[in-house]
Design a protein around this ligand. Structure first.
Ligand code: HEM
Ligand code: HEM
Length: 190
């Protein structure tokens, strides 16, 4: 490799690509945290309701019912305009942000181009990098779309697709970290 190519390879990605990369990482980390905090059963029973036994006062029971009704009303739809802002709506908004990044990134990758390969990556590493980056870029679109499908159809039968897509994402991410979590490679993206 010539000296100019070596310098360009060590310098790595453009600032715009680095910003998009780390913005995606932050949005996804937040999205997974919110996703796992969502109530998968749609269980709106307030905590403690089952423990209250027969001693519950009318006031306490009324409060439990109000909490339950409020929860069911929220679970009812992703109403961004009316009512309060809850985790489900945050999940939708973050998902749309990830989807937007998933569309912009491959386009920008084509326009801005890629730096030359790092000399620290063997031919086998390069093949793995190539395919894991493609998988990650594809999943950046598939994961939010599967979520939108789940909510759009209102049919829980789509939940395995949404969960399966993010499990596939974890597999691709593990391979991505396997090749990239080394100082000489990491430097190209910071
Ligand atoms: C990058 C995008 C997304 C990621 C990483 C993501 C991740 C997750 C995770 C981790 C869960 C929990 C599943 C489990 O516990 O195994 C989940 C559930 C769910 N997600 Fe997403 N999600 C994304 C986008 C979306 C979008 C755009 C929607 C549409 C509104 C959506 C709707 C849902 C729904 C309805 C559930 C089930 C929640 C429940 O039944 O209470 N997701 N998601
Ligand atoms: C969380 C989701 C992640 C996604 C979707 C993702 C995606 C990508 C993609 C598509 C590229 C190719 C460059 C581009 O097209 O912009 C890339 C490069 C890179 N990523 Fe990630 N990445 C993620 C997380 C991480 C994490 C957590 C690290 C390290 C802690 C990391 C380190 C790197 C490095 C160092 C490169 C440059 C590799 C090279 O030298 O070619 N990525 N990433």
């Amino acid at each position: 490799m010539s000296t100019t190519a070596t310098t360009a390879a060590a310098r790595g990605y453009r600032r715009s690509q680095k910003v998009l990369h780390w913005l995606t990482v932050v949005a996804l980390a937040a999205q997974f945290a919110v996703g796992y905090a969502l109530d998968l059963d749609g269980d709106c029973d307030p905590p403690g309701e089952d423990r209250s036994g027969g001693d519950t006062s009318d006031a306490a029971e009324e409060r439990m019912e109000r909490l339950e009704e409020a929860c069911e009303a929220r679970a009812d739809g992703y109403d961004l305009v009316g009512g309060g802002f809850d985790l489900a709506e945050l999940h939708l908004l973050l998902g749309l942000a990830v989807l937007a990044l998933g569309v912009v990134r491959p386009v920008w990758r084509r326009v801005a181009g890629l730096p030359p390969w790092s000399e620290h990556l063997s031919p086998a590493d390069r093949r793995l990098v190539h395919w894991t980056e493609r998988a990650l870029l594809l999943l950046l679109v598939v994961v939010p779309l599967s979520g939108l499908l789940l909510v759009g159809t209102g049919d829980d039968a789509w939940l395995p697709l949404h969960v399966g897509a993010h499990v596939a994402f974890f597999v691709a991410l593990a391979a991505h970290l396997f090749t990239n979590l080394r100082p000489a490679i990491l430097r190209r993206m910071v």
